[in-house]
Write a protein that binds this ligand. Structure first.
Ligand code: ZN
Length: 166
């Protein structure tokens, strides 16, 4: 009788533990947003997938980039896939990035990138998040670390990651 009772208590404890650690839903990570908040700039069946790696753009929305190629908009999960695509020698126009505060696309050339913070990275070991306002970038940097730089330098960092992977 005692044995049954203690087994029951252990079971209850296990259930309790599961509930506690179940706070993080596996599909939703720092980069994720609600589907209704994500802006998809591509058309067609593949519009929710990164143009290079096919990863889900809603799941990796906060690191999403876009650029025009032959007059059409394409969207990427990260600056890495954008850089990867650039390495094929294509010319991309009008690069844009998500401002993680407003969740809207902004001109990448005007964005403030925080590179190397302790917030999770997409397709890289080095995290990169973009902001419209320098003050927001500084606030993020004060909490999570990293270095503030412009698009060109962030792209350069992405390029270096490719080298270290090879
Ligand atoms: Zn990608």
């Amino acid at each position: 009788m005692l044995k049954v009772a203690s087994g029951f208590i252990i079971l209850l404890l296990l259930v309790g533990c599961n509930q506690k650690s179940g706070g993080e839903v596996p599909i939703k990570i720092f980069q994720s947003v609600d589907e209704r908040e994500a802006i998809l700039l591509q058309e067609g069946k593949e519009k929710r997938s990164c143009h290079v790696c096919g990863m889900d753009l809603v799941k990796f929305y906060k690191t999403s980039h876009s650029a025009e190629e032959n007059g059409k908009n394409y969207q990427y999960c990260s600056i890495h896939c954008l850089e990867n695509h650039l390495q094929k020698g294509v010319s991309l126009r009008n690069p844009k990035v998500v401002d993680i505060v407003s969740l809207k696309f902004i001109d990448a050339s005007k964005a403030f990138y925080v590179v190397g913070s302790n917030k999770r990275a997409t397709m890289s070991r080095v995290s990169k998040y973009a902001f419209l306002h320098e003050s927001d970038a500084k606030f993020f940097q004060a909490q999570f670390g990293g270095e503030i730089m412009n698009f060109e330098n962030a792209l350069q960092k992405a390029k270096e990651d490719f080298k270290s992977h090879q």
